[in-house]
Unconditional design. Structure first.
Length: 177
């Protein structure tokens, strides 16, 4: 369309090389050191968990994490009630991609969240580090062409777990405090 396929190919190759390098590093994390990961939080009473073969879960696995529901198969996300998720994910090591700005506001949205291990150990991350005044979120804007940056963030979080990752090292994610 713009007659610049050389630029597109160069970008793709750079992203692919970075992604594969991080993937190789993550592969060296022993299975017993890979944290279990819960995604999202309920919306209108239902928790929509992604299928094990989704893009989001692939990133978790590639970064050295363990998705709590490796046998979950669905088109898109599958809805579950709070009680089911609590019974099956209460002990997750890390909780990712929640819609909150602090642990306090997260708990205020549903006090039951405080009963999860990840809440009690303050291992909850949001993907709203880079937003603009209009509400745009760079995770969704540049992350689609830079999965290597998302993978790098996840690898930093998972490989350092349970320790904190300096916020300046993360591109899209921030740990709730």
């Amino acid at each position: 369309m713009l007659n610049r396929s050389d630029l597109a190919e160069n970008h793709f190759n750079t992203v692919q090389t970075r992604y594969e390098g991080i993937l190789a590093q993550a592969a060296s994390i022993p299975a017993e050191n890979r944290p279990t990961v819960l995604l999202h939080s309920p919306f209108q009473g239902l928790w929509h968990l992604p299928s094990a073969d989704s893009y989001a879960v692939r990133l978790i696995q590639d970064a050295g994490g363990r998705y709590l529901f490796p046998d979950l198969k669905a088109h898109g996300a599958r809805p579950f009630d709070f009680e089911w998720v609590f019974a099956n994910a209460r002990h997750a090591n890390i909780w990712m991609q929640v819609d909150a700005t602090s642990l306090k506001t997260f708990a205020a949205s549903d006090p039951r969240f405080t009963r999860f291990d990840a809440y009690q150990s303050q291992q909850i991350y949001t993907h709203f580090k880079r937003t603009n005044p209009s509400g745009g979120n760079d995770f969704y804007e540049s992350g689609v062409i830079h999965p290597d940056r998302i993978l790098e963030d996840l690898f930093s979080i998972f490989s350092n777990w349970p320790n904190d990752v300096p916020e300046e090292k993360l591109h899209y994610f921030v740990r709730l405090h």
